[in-house]
Structure formats: C-alpha cells, structure tokens
Design a protein around this ligand. Structure first.
Ligand SMILES: C[S@@+](CC[C@H](N)C(=O)[O-])C[C@H]1O[C@@H](n2cnc3c(N)ncnc32)[C@H](O)[C@@H]1O
Ligand code: SF4
Length: 440
C-alpha cells in the first residue's frame, strides 16, 4: 500500500489505496492457508455469532475510470447464466458445511460490480436458486446495489417483490459532463427517473452514493450536488472521497504519462467537500452515522455494515468475494473463468486465507468501529478481555494530541476533522508488522 497521505507533507491525490476495508491487510492472506478456511468451515459456528451473506455480481455496462472493483463489461447472457449457476452451486456446497448448515442470514448484501445489471429473469433465477439452499426469510435487511441507468420500471418492481429492503443507487454526481468524463454509464436524467419510481414502489431504505472529487469537480458543481441530494431526500447518503488505486484506468493513464498527481482535487479539498455536504445534510434532519454516511431518522440502520464492523460471520460468494467465518478470513478465486471452473469441478473456490488471532480481531473491530465516529471501549473489554484504552494507549495519545479525538470516560470520540480522514489515522492502530506492508 502506498503510505497514506500526510497533511503535513503532500495533500495531492497520488495513486494508491485510502479506504481501509478490513484487517489484517489483504496482502497477508495466503494461498497456502486456503486449507485453513476449508477446515474451519467444517466446524460448527460459535453460538450467538450473527451471520450474513454477501453475493458478488461482477458485471457492469462500462468500467468507470476510477473503479477498482473486480468487474467485467464483456460477458454475454450465456456467461452471465453460467456465473449465476456457479454462485448457486457455491452456496449449495457451503450450506452442507457445519459452519453454515441451518443458519439463517440476518442480512444479505448484493454488491458489485452492478447487481442491477441482471435482468428480471436472471435475478429471479439467482434469488430462487440461492434460497433453495440458504433461505433468508428471516433476514432483516436485504441490500441491492444499483447503477441508475439499469433500473427500468419493471426491474424496480421486481426488486421490491424479491424482498429487497435497502436499495443503494450509485449516483456519484448529478452533472452530465462530469459523469461522462469519468466514463460512468448512466446519464444524469436517469437518476431522477430511477429514484422517483423506487420511491413510489416503497423500499424501506434508499441510499445514494456520491463521490467527492470526481475528475472535473468544482466548488460550484459540488454545491449543486449537495442541493440536489437534499431535494431528493434519500434515507441515507454515502459520500466517498475519490481515491485512485493502482488498478484504475486513471492510475494507468498517470503511469503512461509519468504523472505523480491524479487529475482530481487534493485530499484537503475532498475533506472540505464532504464536510460541507455533512453540514448541509445536518441542517436538513440528517445525522452523520460514519465517516462516509449521513442518515435521516433513527431507524435508518445499516445491518450489513454494523455486522461486518462488529465481527459477524460473513459468507461472501462469487468471484473474488471476501468472507470472514469463525475467525478466518478468506477470499475467492479472483478471475471469472477459473472461479466458475473450480466450482463446476465440485470444489469450494477459496483462493487465499488467513487465521485471525484474538489481538488481530480486536484491532480489526476497533479500527472499523472508529469509522463510526464514537466507540464504547467497554464493548471490547467485555468481548476480548482487553481494555482498548490500555492496548492502544500510544496511537490514542498521538491522535488526541493532534486534536483528532477525545476520550470521555470509556468512550473514544473522533472529532469531525479526524473522521474526515479516519482511514489515514487507522494505520497507527495496526500491529507493527502490518504497517509497512502493501494493503491489497
Ligand atoms: C460497486 S459500486 C456501486 C454500484 C454500481 N456499480 C455503481 O457504481 O453505480 C460501489 C461504490 O464505490 C464507490 N467507488 C468506486 N470507485 C471509487 C473510487 N475510486 N473512490 C471512491 N469511491 C469509489 C462509488 O461511489 C460506487 O457507487
Ligand atoms: S458501475 Fe460501479 S462497479 Fe461498475 S465500474 Fe462503475 S463504480 Fe465500478
């Protein structure tokens, strides 16, 4: 991983990762440890561990220039059907293992790529097929990621009928030119159309994703994006700061032309833009629920995120999916044909894994929960028998001295300007051996 940006030095956006999605870093998960995951899956789960399902749909109409996800834009309907069958078969194999057998997911997440790329027939086949082996009839939340241009009226109705409770729309920006310059597939006018129908159909929660710092973004346009968001009044708004990981088209172009600085705003500007959006949303009845989200109303919960950040077992299926089950991290084979071939040969498609020890689990949950902006350390003392105020005394004192956080009794509270760069601060909580390693 490239060193996280340091505001004392350079604020320019350079190529590399910013977002800390998991711990220990993915680069520490090893191919030779894949067997550990298979062995763990054969054991019964610890009692009372919440359980969720993640399904990866890796198809998109176009690859956005800034995107770092595993996506394919060249698959025909035959390949898509073969993929869906492989995912169903993967779930069937998992459902026979003791770690999963008989468990009911409390939350389900369809992520991508673009789950809404699938047709109604394909979606029906996928949902029915998975639920034959792993029914989610008691799930309290079923999230589905959508790209607005793929949401025809019929599909939106079908999603409601299929039981989606949380629809997440990748809006990113409202300006037609900015969308085009970043190679987004959807047009600005498709946003309103999809959103209005989704509202009429009546999903329990609608989230929109925005990115602060797309190529071509300006102060004036960002203000318009904030105004449009407030007019739409979604239940939650997720705002990411644009990062340029090495596998993005933008980073490849930078490499070709020998540029160190990405053609997007610097980190200070991106933080200011998120801050302006949060402040405006707060004035309109939202509250900031994490470093990336503003939510309206008290029951706009996000069970998938909270489960993930509190150590739930999460079974991820599909190409390149990530799982965490019974204290073992694992990731699936990350290329399309090999993924399908392994599943079709009757094997679980696990590519690399890592046994996470108790201290690493403590670090993982602590840093992920810091992204919420406030952490109750007694949760950790009860769960791990370790007081974070002692275990993390050094990084806490450092960030307190720098004004990024305060400690009140057993609570660690991240100040707003700390929250706006929290991923950068989290590295100081990593074990020493994980600070200098590549992240992904
Ligand atoms: C899998 S996509 C959401 C669904 C759909 N594929 C779409 O884009 O509309 C997840 C989100 O990640 C965010 N994202 C993708 N690449 C990013 C980057 N380089 N920096 C910041 N956010 C990014 C975007 O906000 C995007 O909506
Ligand atoms: S539509 Fe979403 S997943 Fe697909 S390339 Fe764009 S950001 Fe990535």
């Amino acid at each position: 991983m490239s060193p996280p940006p340091d505001p004392q030095k350079s604020e320019a956006t350079t190529a590399g990762n910013y977002f800390v999605a998991n711990y220990p870093p993915f680069s520490c998960w090893k191919r030779e440890d894949a067997g550990l995951a298979v062995a763990r899956l054969a054991e019964s789960p610890a009692e009372d561990t919440p359980f969720g399902l993640y399904v990866h749909i890796p198809f998109c109409r176009k690859r956005c220039d800034f995107c770092y996800f595993r996506v394919y834009t060249d698959k025909d309907s035959r390949a898509v059907r073969r993929y869906i069958n492989a995912v169903i078969e993967e779930v069937r194999m998992h459902a026979e293992n003791a770690a999963v057998k008989g468990r009911k997911p409390e939350f389900v997440y369809f992520g991508g790529g673009t789950p809404s790329y699938l047709s109604v027939d394909q979606l029906t086949m996928l949902f029915e097929g998975i639920q034959q082996h792993l029914p989610w009839d008691s799930a309290r939340e079923v999230t589905f990621e959508c790209e607005p241009g793929t949401l025809q009226e019929k599909k939106i109705h079908a999603l409601k009928d299929l039981g989606i409770t949380r629809l997440s729309l990748g809006v990113e920006n409202f300006d037609p030119d900015i969308l085009e310059r970043n190679n987004r597939a959807h047009r600005a006018k498709e946003i309103d159309k999809a959103y209005d129908i989704a509202r009429e159909v009546g999903f329990r929660q609608i989230n929109i994703d925005l990115i602060a710092g797309m190529v071509g973004e300006t102060d004036a346009n960002w203000q318009k994006c904030i105004e449009r968001t407030i007019e739409m009044a979604p239940d939650s708004v997720t705002i990411y700061q644009m990062e340029i990981p090495y596998n993005t088209t933008v980073a490849s172009r930078m490499k070709e032309s020998g540029e160190d600085t990405a053609p997007v705003a610097d980190w200070q500007t991106k933080r200011r833009w998120v801050d302006e959006a949060f402040s405006a949303l707060e004035q309109h009845g939202y509250h900031v629920g994490s470093a990336y989200t503003a939510v309206r109303g008290d029951d706009a919960k996000f069970l998938y995120r909270d489960g993930l950040w509190h150590g739930a077992d999460l079974l991820g299926v599909g190409v390149a999916s990530f799982s965490h089950v019974g204290g073992v991290h694992f990731q699936n084979v990350h290329d399309f044909d090999p993924y399908i071939e392994v599943v079709e040969s009757g094997q679980l498609p696990i590519h690399r894994a890592m046994q996470v020890d108790a201290d690493q689990r403590l670090i993982r949950e602590f840093i992920l929960q810091l992204k919420l902006g406030s952490v109750d350390t007694s949760y950790f003392t009860n769960k791990f028998g370790v007081d974070p105020l002692v275990r993390f005394a050094e990084p806490l004192a450092k960030h307190k001295k720098d004004g990024y956080l305060t400690i009140e009794g057993t609570r660690v509270i991240i100040a707003r300007h700390g929250l706006l760069q929290v991923d950068r601060l989290l590295h100081d909580f990593f074990a020493q051996e994980h600070r200098a390693v590549r992240y992904a």
